[in-house]
Design a protein around this ligand. Structure first.
Ligand SMILES: [Zn+2]
Length: 248
C-alpha cells in the first residue's frame, strides 16, 4: 500500500454510497487525484468539514487502482469567503473548469497548483471584475499547459501584429493571430477588434490580483480566450464549469 502526502485543492466532492464522498483534488505533487473519504458524511466523521470544495489541504492517502483512499486531512486555507458568496463561488467553478480542461491527466505541475491557489486568493480579495480574473487565469494556465497564444505575429506569414494597418483575426486551432491576407488559408478565424490584443497582453503580464479588462474589450477578450481554451481542450465538458470526469 503506497502511502503518500501532498497539498491539494478540493475541486469537487460527490456523495458516494452510504456515508462516503469521492473527492477530486488538484494536488501539488500528483496532479489531478480522485480519492474516497470514507465515513465523511457521518456526524462523528474524523474529517469534519475539512474537505469542503475549494479548501486547500494537507492530506495523506494511499493509492488504489482507481481511487485513492484519503486518511488524514488538515486545512491550510478554507477559502471560506469564496465559498460563501454565490458569484465568487461560480467564478471559482470556472477557474476549476479551466484547470480540468487544460491540465488533464495525473501529471503533476506545481505551477498549476500555485496558479489555482493564487486565483482563489485573488478571488477572495475582490468583489467585482471576476471576469477579468477568470480571463487572466485562463491565459496564464494555457501558457503553463504549453498552449501559449501567439499574439505578436501572423502565424502563417510572420508579419508583425503592429506592422500592418490591417484587421487581425484569431484562429483558435492555431492559437494565433492571423492577418487578413492569410485568413482564407487557415480555416476558422474571427475578427479581433482593435485593442483586444493589447488587452490580452496586459492580462498576461500583470499578476492575477491586478487583472483588469477595459469595459469595451470585455466581450472580445472573452471570445478569444474561450475559443483558445476550447480549441486546446476538445471533448472537455469543463467549460461550463461543471467538469464531469468521473472515476471508473
Ligand atoms: Zn499573414
Amino acid at each position: 500500500m503506497a502511502v503518500y502526502k501532498s497539498k491539494g485543492i478540493v475541486l469537487r466532492s460527490i456523495r458516494y454510497g452510504e456515508a462516503d464522498r469521492i473527492i477530486d483534488l488538484y494536488t501539488r505533487d500528483a496532479g489531478l487525484v480522485s480519492g474516497i473519504a470514507k465515513g465523511i458524511r457521518r456526524t462523528k466523521s474524523r474529517f469534519g468539514g475539512r474537505l469542503e470544495p475549494l479548501s486547500c489541504v494537507d492530506f495523506m492517502a494511499y493509492r488504489g487502482r482507481t481511487l485513492d483512499t484519503i486518511t488524514q486531512v488538515e486545512v491550510l486555507r478554507s477559502f471560506h469567503e469564496v465559498r460563501e458568496d454565490l458569484s465568487r463561488f461560480e467564478a471559482a467553478g470556472r477557474l476549476v473548469g479551466f484547470v480540468r480542461a487544460l491540465s488533464g491527466g495525473d501529471e503533476a505541475d506545481r505551477r498549476v497548483f500555485n496558479l489555482l491557489y493564487h486565483g482563489l486568493d485573488a478571488l477572495e480579495g475582490r468583489s467585482t471584475e471576476f471576469e477579468a480574473l477568470e480571463a487572466a487565469f485562463a491565459l496564464k494556465l494555457s501558457i503553463l499547459a504549453g498552449y501559449a497564444p501567439q499574439l505578436d505575429t501572423c502565424t502563417s506569414c510572420g508579419v508583425g501584429a503592429g506592422e500592418v494597418e490591417d484587421h487581425h483575426y484569431f484562429a483558435p486551432v492555431l492559437g494565433s493571430l492571423v492577418c487578413s491576407g492569410c485568413r482564407p488559408d487557415v480555416g476558422e478565424a474571427f475578427l479581433v477588434p482593435p485593442g483586444t490584443v493589447e488587452g490580452l497582453r496586459t492580462l498576461i503580464s500583470r499578476s492575477l490580483k491586478e487583472s483588469l479588462v477595459e469595459d469595451h474589450l470585455r466581450e472580445s477578450v472573452r471570445r478569444v480566450i474561450r475559443a483558445h481554451v476550447f480549441a486546446h481542450a476538445p471533448g472537455s465538458p469543463a467549460l461550463d464549469g461543471s467538469g464531469t470526469r468521473r472515476p471508473a
